[in-house]
Design a protein around this ligand. Structure first.
Ligand code: DGJ
Length: 708
């Protein structure tokens, strides 16, 4: 709800209130819901601004920086007017949240140039999230350049810890909390992708609770945090201004990507709200609320070395275990026997597919599995027919040796010709094999940014606009296909991509020990139904650790379950274990994929991690506890369950796991389970632990209400 009284605008969600003084561009309040009727006068002249600019006496980092026609950078935006829109406006060329959401539009004009700044605040009542965006319109008579346009500025007063989700390939989204003190800190990417290194989701944690910020964008981003001597903590989030210089001719406009902000009393509540927002207002299409299939992917099972027989053998074993979808990964096209060649040659490798993709897909479907396919559309190998015929499609700086990563170059997706080509060939791949699932990969970051006729300062963003045009067209063309994004694991796991791809491959590291952390970090901003999560072979290919099959399953159930190994090598007994796992998962996947998600420990900082999914009515839950290591002479860790009804009585039973002899079953009150600290007796009695080096200890509990 948005209410306006004079120049004071109150944006309300069920649990939060944001108050803006429109004419002064001030925040008067943001936080826990205000229930009183008002009286904000005493809070006027707030140092908390909704935007900031160069040219006054504010020297904190600016949200808006323009290069005027006279070469100067000063602006003096003054209030013009405000409107409450009943429909949320779309942001041209960019993905953004959707759905009913009353929107506040604020307009400010720079009197000497007539350039306008618009800010938009959309209220999503079902999730306590506010979406914010900004736009510059050049109403002057001369060209100007946008040098920075943050999507959102949030000024807070007090001391805050700045929490980021950082890492690298195979170790994405590790939670790091910093007390910035007085100074400036930023979290960013200059890689032309959101990156493995720094996700755009950040949090500011203070005495009053937690503020979460995210960006609906997949390219270079920057989240800036400045604590000044006055005690103000400014948060800016938006496109990275690194190398950024966007020309605006008279009459033209520039729209920044959408940012989202949410306040909650604690981290757990914040992620529940973020999840509700993503599920309702970001994920689109037929798969939005649909249970996701259990898949088998051949990548770690075969890498590039496969033929029809190998693939069908894996598919047969997987079918026996109840798997529903087979995904054929990298290596099915051109002469792709390794990563040195063939990207761009999206025609069938007849030898490896036993007569063509359609042929193989039909055989897999005849076994009773759906068929999914891997593509990496934004890339080109120099050793490819595509490169030989269209060398100018590659992103390269004329006269310079290009930088190769994973031996490949990128396509110049800023060019419309290239975009149209990609739409055509990738659509053809999907149609000709009748895929019901597509994995869209992206295995290098951007360098050698260049496109003929495109200004350097515009290149990164023009690439993103081209990319969104392409994924927009392809995903629209195939509304029944489930799309999973991937960027060498989770290098582009962001809200921009989730507007097109209903799920994302979380990390190339499939080791259960590491996945507890990676999935935990990811879960702060993104719901479990978006996290691709697979059981892979042991010793794990990335870390060399081993974990029992049941442990790998328990951890993978924290996202969308898949298997990624050569199942044809499994013994009858192992197939039996997988069959039980898959049957259990199918029975419980609605709860696991869509239930309210809670973290059971700090996976980065305690002996115990794990998660819990709770049904809406709180009558059912599934919890997985993950214990790092056995410490001799110290009691087994205790767990506090979450999200239950305090006064109800629950029956708690452990899932039958082949690696534990004893099952657990007891009843207890919801309040006892949440506050009593249940000791995980027997957690170290894993029969397979000694045969597995580097293992963790996990148990899955089913929790059912038996009395109100
Ligand atoms: C990187 C992905 O993350 C892997 O899952 C796999 O698809 C490879 N690329 C294939 O090249």
């Amino acid at each position: 709800m948005i209410r306006k009284k004079g120049q004071v605008v109150r944006l309300e969600t069920p649990n939060t209130t944001l108050v803006i003084k429109a004419d002064k561009a001030e925040y008067l309040y943001y936080g826990k819901k205000l229930t009183s009727a008002g009286g904000f006068e005493a809070f006027y002249d707030s140092p908390r601004k909704i935007f900031s600019q160069f040219g006054g006496c504010d020297y904190t980092e600016y949200s808006v920086l323009l290069e005027n026609a006279d070469g100067g950078f000063s602006t003096a935006f003054e209030y013009s007017k405000s409107k409450i829109l009943t429909e949320k406006p779309e942001i041209a060329g960019l993905p953004s949240s959707y759905g009913e959401g009353k929107t506040l539009e604020l307009k400010y004009i720079d009197p000497s140039t007539k350039v306008c700044l618009y800010l938009y605040y959309t209220v999503f009542e079902d999730s306590d999230v506010i979406a914010v965006s900004s736009r510059i319109v050049n109403n002057s008579k001369k060209e100007i350049f946008v040098r920075r346009l943050s999507s959102l500025q949030m000024d807070l007063m007090g001391e805050y810890a700045f929490v980021t989700f950082e890492g690298m390939w195979g170790r994405e989204r590790q939670k790091i909390s910093r007390n910035v003190g007085k100074g400036v800190f930023y979290n960013d990417s200059k890689k032309g992708m959101t990156s493995h290194e720094r996700n755009p989701f950040v949090m500011a944690e203070g005495k009053e609770g937690v503020f979460g910020f995210n960006l609906v964008y997949s390219g270079n981003h920057k989240e800036l945090f400045e604590c000044d001597g006055y005690g103000r903590a400014r948060v800016l989030t938006g496109i990275n201004d690194f190398m950024f210089r966007w020309k605006l001719l008279p009459g033209e406009e520039f729209a920044a990507p959408e940012a989202v902000v949410c306040f909650a009393p604690d981290e757990d509540a914040l992620s529940c709200r973020m999840h509700a927002f993503v599920s309702e207002h970001i994920i689109r299409g037929k798969w939005k609320k649909r249970e996701r299939p259990v898949l088998i992917n051949n990548w770690e099972g075969t890498y590039f070395d496969f033929n029809e027989e190998k693939i069908l053998n894996i598919a047969r074993a997987a079918k026996k275990a109840g798997v529903e979808l087979f995904v054929l990964d990298d290596g099915w096209f051109g002469k792709r026997d390794n990563d040195l060649c063939a990207l761009g040659d999206w025609f069938d490798n007849v030898e490896k597919t036993g007569g063509g993709l359609k042929n193989l897909a039909d055989k897999i479907r005849a076994l009773g599995l759906d068929f999914g396919i891997w593509v990496e559309p934004e890339m080109i190998s120099e050793d490819s027919d595509l490169y030989r015929s269209h060398p100018n499609f590659a992103m390269k700086i004329p006269g310079r040796e290009p930088t190769r990563m994973r031996n490949q170059l990128m396509l110049n997706m800023a060019d419309e010709k290239v975009q149209n080509y990609v739409v055509r060939v990738i659509s053809d791949v999907i149609s000709r094999c009748g895929a019901s699932y597509v994995k869209w990969d992206f295995n290098r970051s951007m360098s050698d940014c260049y496109g003929k006729g495109i200004a350097q300062g515009e290149y990164f963003h023009r690439y993103m606009l081209g990319y969104y045009r392409v994924v927009g067209k392809i995903t629209k063309k195939f509304p029944f296909v489930l799309f999973e994004g991937c960027a060498g694991g989770g290098g582009r796991f962001d809200l921009g991509n989730l507007c097109y791809f209903q799920q994302y491959w979380t990390s190339d590291d499939t080791d259960a020990r590491e996945r507890v952390k990676i999935q935990d970090g990811t879960s702060y901003a993104y719901p479990q139904v978006t996290m691709g999560s697979h059981v892979s072979a042991c010793p794990n290919h990335q870390t060399g650790n081993s974990n029992p099959l049941e442990t790998r399953f328990n951890v993978a159930c924290g996202g969308v379950l898949g298997y990624e190994l050569d199942m044809s090598k499994f013994s009858e007994e192992e197939i039996g274990v997988v069959a039980e796992q898959v049957a259990f998962y199918k029975q419980n996947r609605k709860l696991l994929q869509f239930g309210e998600y809670h973290r059971l420990g700090d996976a980065f900082d305690s002996a115990l991690g794990g998660y819990m999914a709770v049904s809406k009515d709180r009558s059912q839950a599934i919890a997985v506890v993950a214990v790092n290591a056995r410490v001799i002479g110290v009691a087994e860790p205790t767990v506090l369950f979450k999200g239950l009804l305090p006064s109800a009585v629950y029956e708690v039973t452990s899932r039958k796991q082949s690696n534990y002899e004893k099952d657990i079953s007891f009843t207890a009150g919801g309040d006892m389970l949440m506050n009593g600290g249940y000791m995980l007796r027997g957690i170290f009695d894993d029969k397979e632990a000694s045969a597995n080096s580097g293992c963790i200890y996990t148990r899955m509990f089913m929790i059912k209400k038996c009395k109100n």
